[in-house]
Design a protein around this ligand. Sequence first.
Ligand SMILES: NC(=O)C1=CN([C@@H]2O[C@H](COP(=O)(O)OP(=O)(O)OC[C@H]3O[C@@H](n4cnc5c(N)ncnc54)[C@H](OP(=O)(O)O)[C@@H]3O)[C@@H](O)[C@H]2O)C=CC1
Ligand SMILES: O=C(CO)[C@H](O)[C@H](O)COP(=O)(O)O
Length: 456
Amino acid sequence: MGRNLLLNMADHGFAVVGFDKDAQKGATLESSASSGTTVKGVTTLAEMVQLLEKPRKMMMLVPAGKPVDDVINDLLPLLEKGDIVIDGGNSHYTDTLRRVTFMEGKGFHFMGVGISGGEQGARTGPSIMPGGDPEAYPFVQPILEAVAAKVGGVPCVAHLGKGAAGHYVKMVHNGIEYAIMQLISETYDLLHRGLGLDNDELHKVYRNWNDGELQSFLVEITRDIFLKVDEKTGNRLVDMILDKAGAKGTGKWTSQDAMDLGVPIPVIDMAVCLRELSAYKDERIQAAALYKNPSSDIPVPQEVFIQQVQDALFFGVIISYAQGLAMLHVASKELDMQIPMQEVVKVWRGGCIIRSSLLEVFFKAFQKNPELPNLLLEGEIAQLLQAKKQNMRNMIIHAIHMGYPVAGLMAALSYFDAYRSEKMPTNLIQAQRDYFGAHTYQRIDEPGIFHTEWNK
Ligand SMILES: NC(=O)C1=CN([C@@H]2O[C@H](COP(=O)(O)OP(=O)(O)OC[C@H]3O[C@@H](n4cnc5c(N)ncnc54)[C@H](OP(=O)(O)O)[C@@H]3O)[C@@H](O)[C@H]2O)C=CC1
Ligand SMILES: O=C(CO)[C@H](O)[C@H](O)COP(=O)(O)O
């Protein structure tokens, strides 16, 4: 990520210095630079600091956690007042808050900046989510705007709020990323194991989807994945990959923080859970031998089923964004980050992993109402969901009959059905809590707090 971002900056006319202890990496950086650009690789931080213009603008791209603190500690004796240190990795926002306070106390600027787009995006134009230090931002803004992806000429970067807002927004971005990837994997399961489509047929289905309203980076790469041939066996590579998902933590952090805030994001939660469940491969093999699938017949023509799956994915993807953005809306206030929601959506329109044509619809929604608490309350989005909800239900009924797990899609539909319920059955939960624990309840006909001796 670091090397590619530096090369991108150099291509935009900025002179850059890359630090890596490994001299070979510095040499690779220099040899990959476009002609006419100024790119230097160094093996000590002292050399790097010497070469930079003041105030120095330094970005770390190292794994989250201890490596970030290690690099900061190594830099400290070399810094001068006013220098700007940026963490461009996926750090936990509470670590960023701690580092901001620590560095500010020493007279240095420190900014947490989320970057998305993968290694390729870093080279050609990522989505960039800076937050914090308003004094430092103007110094780095021209660089970030130059290197960021552009949508209609508008750079996919904006200052996204106070403190650790940049890393918070990136964390939620990744939570949404987990959710959409889970939903796509469920559609793959239904079409591949359920319907029996081979990789060429799957490629065509996802190509059609990507050419329509599901257009997005994640559907686009899914389309291409089905064609990739494994050099070792000649099989399609996707069929040779073990079904155990890795995770570096940002999805789990999103779920943990949503629980703390009291914001329901069940599709993201389910995506984290299903990655975890995928790791239990040995137990799954034992359980598969015990419990056979009930039936594999799909009671509708193939093209009807594919349409249902497509509509269900579209529905689920909207709900995933809605949950992540609702979380940001609450976090912005609760954690005093002042996150401009419209800017978040603007920044996500290009360059990032969750970019999709739907972001334009969401952008308009927040343009109309920057304080929109949930996308589901917006008229145009309600129409999109209304148009797909019956196929979402049909698809889930078929999946249940066939015995295929669609936990993410089911979580999306259940959230939708609960969110649109004027009346929930939680009055009964309140009665139970009061019965066994005298936890009290409120009444529908008069204000106040009540308790009943239920078994008298
Ligand atoms: N890869 C991606 O697609 C994306 C990554 N990110 C985030 O960006 C950051 C960097 O990611 P990425 O480039 O993939 O990471 P890498 O694992 O490639 O590591 C980047 C650099 O960090 C160095 N490093 C590792 N451990 C330490 C340490 N203890 N102290 C100092 N340097 C260390 C590595 O050096 P060495 O090679 O010597 O170990 C390497 O040069 C991470 O926070 C990641 O989550 C964000 C968006 C996308
Ligand atoms: O930030 C990213 C993309 O936006 C990184 O690729 C991140 O590592 C992906 O998360 P995980 O490894 O947990 O799947």
